[in-house]
Every structure is written in C-alpha cells, then in structure tokens.
Design a protein around this ligand. Structure first.
Ligand SMILES: [Zn+2]
Length: 634
C-alpha cells in the first residue's frame, strides 16, 4: 500500500470518529489540495451544519462532501426543487448537472443570493436534493473568454478530475528527505523588467513562481534550462504558482506543457481566465508579426485545464512540506502576493509579484500582513531613487486637463494601455468625469482586447474595490456599461474613419506600443499636431513607447514611417505599481518585517537603488540579485 493510501486510511478513521453513526462514508479521496468525502447520506451531512467545519479544523484540510451518484434525485426533479429553494432575485441563468460527481453548477447573476448567509441556501439545496452545489457568476457583460474557459472545463471535467487526483496524491506523499534547506534561484527579471521566473526549492519540492516573456525582446526567455529549473526535466517541478496574468509573468506558462510539465498551476480564478485571454493574443500577435510562437493554442488549453484556482487568504497544501497562501497584490485583477510556508514552521518566503500598495479606483492596496515572513522577493519597477509618482488625484486632474485641452484644439487623445489593469482604471475615471461634467461627453473607443478584459473584470467584482464592486452588484450602475464606451470591432477601416471624424478618446493595446492596434492608431493620428498621445503604463527599455518618451519623432508603421506630430505626454500616477515611496511604505508597515529582501523586476539602477535604500532605512539584509543566482536561506 502506498504512503498516500495509508494516510487516507488514517484520515478515514478520524472522519469516522467525528461523524454520527447514521451517516455513511463510502469513499475518501484527495483531489488537488482538497479532501473529498463521498457519502450515501448527503442530506444528513448538510443538516449537520457544523460537521464539515469541524472536520476541516480537525484534519486541517479543505473538505468537500459529495453524494454517492446512486442516491441522487434525478436532475429533472432536482432542477425544479433547486429553483424553488433559491430566491427569485438571484437571477439563475443556468443549471448544469454532473452525475458522475454529484455536483450541480449554478450560474446566476447574483451568486451571493444563491449562497445565502454563511452558505445557508447552499446547504438547503443539498438537504433537498442531495446534490453538491457550486455557484458561478453570469458575466454581466458577455465575455467570450469566461464562456470559453467554462465550456472547455465542462467538457474536460473527467480529465480534470484525473489530474486533480494525481496532484492530490503528489501533495500528500510522504516527505523523503531528512535534509533541511530552502533556496530561491532567479531565472529572470533580475536587473531587468520582464521574464519573471523563480525556483523555490527544498529537498522534497521544487516550485516555479511565474514564467513570463520580456516585452520588447522576442527571443529572451527565462533561464529555464538551468539544472535547478527544467534542466532535469519539466516533470521534476511539483507546482507552478502564477502571481498574475500579465505576459511578463505568464506568457511562457503554456510552454511548460510543451516541455512535458503535467502538474498544477495555482492562481486566482480571474488570473486563470486572463492568462487564457492574454496568451492566446500573444500567439496571434506572434503570427501577425511572422514569428514562430514557442507553443500553440493547445498548450494554452492544457494550462487552463491544470489551473487550480485559489481564493485570497486560503492556506493551501501544495506539497508535503509547502503551504501556499495568495494575498491581494492590488496590481491588476486577481493579482496575488504568493506566500509560502515551508516545513512545520521552518521558513516563510513571500513573492510580491507586481504590487500597488496604495488603494486605486479599481483595487484595494496590497496586503502586507502575514503570520510570518523571513524573506521577501520584491518588485522594483519604480524602485529608483527618483521614481516618485504623482498621486492618483493629481494624475486624474492631469488627465481631465489633457482631455479638455485636446478637445478644445479639436484633437483626439490616444492612450496606449495594457488590456488588463490601467484600461479599466481609466474607464472608471473617465466615466465619472463625464457624468460630473468635468470633461465633454466624448466617445471612448476601446480597442484590442480591452473590451473583453473589461467583461472579465465585471465577472469577478469580488476582486475589485468596494466602490466598483457595489456598482457592479447594482446592475444598473455598472461603470463599464456607460454609454460613452464603444467597442472597436471593424479593423483598420473603422479606425481610420474614427480618426478622421470628431474628437474622441481611444484606449488601445499594447501599452508599450509593441504591436497591437495602438500602432495602427499611430498611423492615423500620429501626424495630427492637435491630438495627444498619453502614456499611462510603464514603458520598458527597448520598446517603441520608451523611444517615443525619449523623443523619437519618426515612428515605424505598417508601410514606412510616420512623423510624430502629436503632443506626447506621460501621466505617471495611474500605475498599477507602487512607486519608490509606496515600496518603502509597503516594507515599513509590513507585519512582520522580513529579515531579507531580494529586489527584482526593475532596471539595474532601480533594483540597486531600492536595495540600498531599504538597507539604510530598515537595517535589513537586502540584495539586487542577477539572473541565475541561488540564495540559500536555511
Ligand atoms: Zn504586472
């Protein structure tokens, strides 16, 4: 008998002690990080409201109870009764029954109403019909991404269950080594922005944190071939953790499956969906530019199939000696600081991913309270000595002035921006400014994937700031559905006629002008001295955006070049990144404060400045590592 089976037998005995004798336990299994208990008495289980919670705290595991398939009410009968239990106002749009696991997926416009206070309505459903309900939100703005991901996962449900069972056994295997060490190897994004990737290793476990590309450089990838990384085979990695969906963190996640990786990707649910959206677009753009992409769309589907979504704050076993907790990073939808607890109190490492410490319109600022943390791996995008940004209020004022001045000149405003993050922040600001009459009511054209990314934001309001979340909950007030916003769907002809028409605002990908429709907009608006080009995103070295910021006047477009006559402005307060002050504040108020900080994900001078600044200010050990360094902490 394997060690996992032995362990499950013990768990089963412990469950039997806790569960009243009239409730049968037919099977106990691991599925990913969860313990799944099968019973012939799901209704009695549900009636015993406290039982699951008691079991979870006794076994220190996340627990799901599922009915034995042969005790279930027939889906046709169950559907009727479920709809009777759920209040009308929940707006149920779909019920989907999975007899092989006894689960029913309920899609509703107001999932909170389906769940009920402390899960009361969910328990009532099980008491009535025996099925285990799972609730998802009906996207308020139709989202192809969310629909595709959900349909795909539905179709792959069997396969996915096999994956989860395999992962579950991996996680709960017996540790093999008596040795103790904790190491981090840097595979990219050190003294540079882009290609984020780290290996966190112990004698028993190897975890890859992020796997991104480098904007502006098509060939440079993380150093995955190192023996510490995938050099000894992708299957030697136990788990992948993805902090957020931006391509400089996520673009090469699907490539891992091409290399033979077959394990879990831990991330939040919106990160999973946005990763799908952004990596598929990454492949399209590679094809448009005549490059051979490093993987195909099949690998994106593999990545989605292997994703295990976690909620902020859930402590999750991901290896015999590692627990992972994701915390809100305040950077983009679903972004997470990844906190690893290693061994039984042995060591704690947190990877910031990208962080914004201040509250923004869209997100609460990053969490920096942890039970323990000895080492912090911290981004340094704006870590340079002089990298101070305008505060949000001033930035908004500048945006309003800039739009008004441009409008008075009869010009248009082009804002290149990443589809995920600043675009939605700007939408909220522009919607309010128009509503309050601070700027004229202009059409705001959303190009590239901004519309679709916005639809994904609307699907996950729980991940947004209270204000925007409440407005989305109150369907009539969803800021993203304001009349001013128009989706560009007609290609270059439509762009050209919009550019020739009345003044407007254009939000278009990509944020650093590396390809994407923003390049076409430059072709049509570039030589118009009355119009304004406004940068709101960080412009990495080597990108066209950075060159224009540095004064480039001739811009390459599809056929030839355009003399750039537009007024070029940089609005630096809309960033999803903490500035130097924000990074210092993040560390200053961090609870507890770490012993060591590795400053990564910044240009060389920014990382070094931040490292020496934190050292002088807080008297902690700080580093600005290079790529391919290994740190041993224990
Ligand atoms: Zn990012």
């Amino acid at each position: 008998m394997s060690t996992v089976d032995k362990q499950l037998e013990t768990v089963r005995a412990e469950i039997a002690e806790e569960v009243p004798p009239d409730i049968s336990i037919s099977d106990v299994k691991y599925e990913g990080p969860e313990l799944v208990i099968y019973t012939r008495d799901p209704k009695k289980f549900a009636r015993n409201g406290d039982l699951i919670r008691r079991l979870a705290s006794k076994l220190r595991k996340r627990i799901t109870v599922r009915p034995d398939p042969d005790v279930l009410a027939r889906p046709e009968d169950a559907e009727e009764r479920i709809l009777e239990v759920i209040p009308e106002e929940a707006g149920v749009t779909d019920l989907e029954f999975h007899p092989e696991t006894g689960e029913v997926v309920i899609q509703a416009r107001k999932p909170g109403v389906v769940i009920g206070r402390h899960g009361k309505t969910l328990r009532e459903i099980t008491q009535e019909v025996g099925w285990t309900p799972e609730v998802v939100r009906t996207p308020p703005i139709e989202s192809t991404t969310v629909e595709n991901v959900r349909n795909f996962l539905k179709q792959e449900r069997e396969d996915r269950r096999d994956i989860l069972e395999r992962v579950g056994r991996q996680i709960h295997r017996e540790p093999m080594s008596d040795d103790e060490y904790v190491r981090v190897t840097t595979l990219g994004c050190c003294r540079e922005v882009g290609r984020s990737a780290f290996i966190l290793s112990t004698p028993d476990t190897r975890i890859l944190v992020d796997c991104g590309n480098k904007p502006g450089a098509t060939e440079e990838q993380p150093y995955l071939q190192l023996p510490e990384a995938l050099g000894s085979g992708a299957s030697t990695i136990d788990a992948v953790v993805l902090t957020h969906a931006h391509l400089d963190h996520a673009a090469l996640i699907p490539l891992l499956f091409e290399y033979g990786y077959d394990g879990p990707i831990y991330c939040t649910e919106p990160t999973r969906d946005l990763m799908g959206l952004l990596t598929l677009d990454y492949l399209d753009r590679a094809a448009d530019e005549g490059r051979t992409p490093p993987y195909d769309s099949e690998m994106v589907r593999e990545a989605i199939k292997h994703a295990i979504p976690l909620e902020y704050g859930d402590v999750t076993d991901i290896a015999p000696d590692v627990k992972l907790t994701l915390h809100d990073a305040g950077h983009v939808l679903g972004s997470a600081i990844s906190h690893f607890h290693i061994g039984d109190g042995l060591y704690n490492v947190a990877f910031s991913g990208d962080v914004q410490y201040d509250d923004t319109r869209l997100f609460d600022g990053a969490v920096n309270d942890f039970p323990r943390v000895e080492t912090l791996v911290l981004e340094s995008t704006y870590g340079g000595r002089n990298d101070y940004q305008t505060d949000q209020e001033d930035a908004e004022r500048k945006l309003i002035d800039l739009v008004t001045e441009t409008y008075d000149r009869d010009g248009s405003v082009l804002i290149p921006t990443a589809a995920v993050g600043r675009a939605q922040e700007l939408m909220v600001v522009l919607e309010e400014a128009m509503r309050e009459g601070e700027i004229p009511e202009l059409p705001v054209y959303l190009d590239g994937m901004i519309w679709e990314a916005t639809a994904v934001h609307s699907t996950y309001p729980e991940f947004l700031s209270d204000d925007v979340r409440d407005r989305i909950f109150d369907e009539a007030d969803n800021p993203f559905l304001a009349d001013a916003f128009e989706h560009v769907e007609g290609g270059d002809d439509e762009r050209e006629s919009i550019a020739d028409g009345d003044p407007c605002i254009v939000l278009s990908t990509t944020g650093m002008l590396e390809g994407g429709p923003a390049r076409s907009w430059l072709e049509y608006l570039g030589d118009d001295a009355d119009s304004t080009l406004a940068f709101v995103d960080y412009q990495a070295k080597g990108t066209l955006g950075r060159r224009i910021q540095n004064g480039w006047g001739e811009v390459p477009v599809d056929d030839g070049t355009v003399d750039l006559e537009m007024d070029v402005q940089t609005l630096d307060g809309f960033s999803g990144h903490a500035d130097r002050q924000g990074l210092e504040n993040f560390v200053r108020t961090m609870n507890p404060r770490p012993d060591k900080v590795l400053c990564v994900h910044g240009d060389e001078s920014a990382s070094q400045d931040l490292s020496s600044g934190l050292y002088h200010e807080f008297n902690m050990r700080t580093f600005a590592p290079q790529n391919m360094e290994t740190f041993r902490f224990i």
